[in-house]
Design a protein around this ligand. Sequence first.
Ligand SMILES: NC(=O)c1ccc[n+]([C@@H]2O[C@H](COP(=O)([O-])OP(=O)(O)OC[C@H]3O[C@@H](n4cnc5c(N)ncnc54)[C@H](O)[C@@H]3O)[C@@H](O)[C@H]2O)c1
Length: 259
Amino acid sequence: MTAADNTMARKVALITGAASGIGAASARRLAAAGASLVLTDINYSAVTALADELSKAGTQAAALQHDVTQPVDWENAVALAADTYGGLDIVVNNAGIAGDNTDLMNLDLEQWHSVLSVNLDGVFLGLRYAGPALEKRGGGSIINISSILGKVGFPGAAPYCASKGAVTLLTKSAALEWAPLNIRVNSVHPGFVETPLVTQALEDREDGAETAELLVAAHPLGRLGQASEIANAVAFLASDESSFMTGSELVIDGGYTAQ
Ligand SMILES: NC(=O)c1ccc[n+]([C@@H]2O[C@H](COP(=O)([O-])OP(=O)(O)OC[C@H]3O[C@@H](n4cnc5c(N)ncnc54)[C@H](O)[C@@H]3O)[C@@H](O)[C@H]2O)c1
């Protein structure tokens, strides 16, 4: 797939958490493929700046303040796609947070819920509110950003791992329910990727520098991933090139989980 392939002309895509990291890279990649975009984030100024930049470069891109934990925000996001572009074909449920680095013995319920609400409730609401819009179009593609930490555990990240593991099976359930509607639903499982989510989590740790080295060593390819490498997989799953894929787990992890 080339960087500007026009495979998604006439498609409308909604990307959550689009202001930064993997969401922003996915926005750029789908723009290159010709999609019209609804870019949403809790960080309105940053997501608006990206939409403006892409609009100036010829993409149809609208920005919206959107907290994925809020049903009313989802109603607004789906309505924006319908009102602006006539409907919705692709949803990238990308918004997510890492949570604190806290071991289970000290984790409180509030910390647990804060991660689960964004990473899991947010994806559920995305399915619940966007699913009917895709059904109206006669089908579509939903890409849920899980993680390798939805497949294997990680010390100090129990809520994150639990949320991402749940997204993996939520994805498969939706895929089975919606296969008859021609709505494909797949999950993406990145290894550690150089984005603000990871750099901030490392900065918050006393042993951040040491952990960064261990993380690089844990990826057999000897480096962390780049957001654009995940965005390429998002674009593949969004496009008809993946037309026989649903309920799949697409792992992009430099070999982390091959060991
Ligand atoms: N970076 C990695 O190593 C990595 C690895 C595997 C999976 N992921 C997943 O990829 C996704 C994107 O992560 P990233 O690394 O690009 O992070 P990031 O921090 O760079 O970007 C996340 C974006 O989500 C937004 N956001 C946070 N809470 C929100 C909410 N309640 N509603 C709407 N938007 C919200 C933030 O404002 C931010 O713009 C997340 O789901 C993350 O768990 C990341």
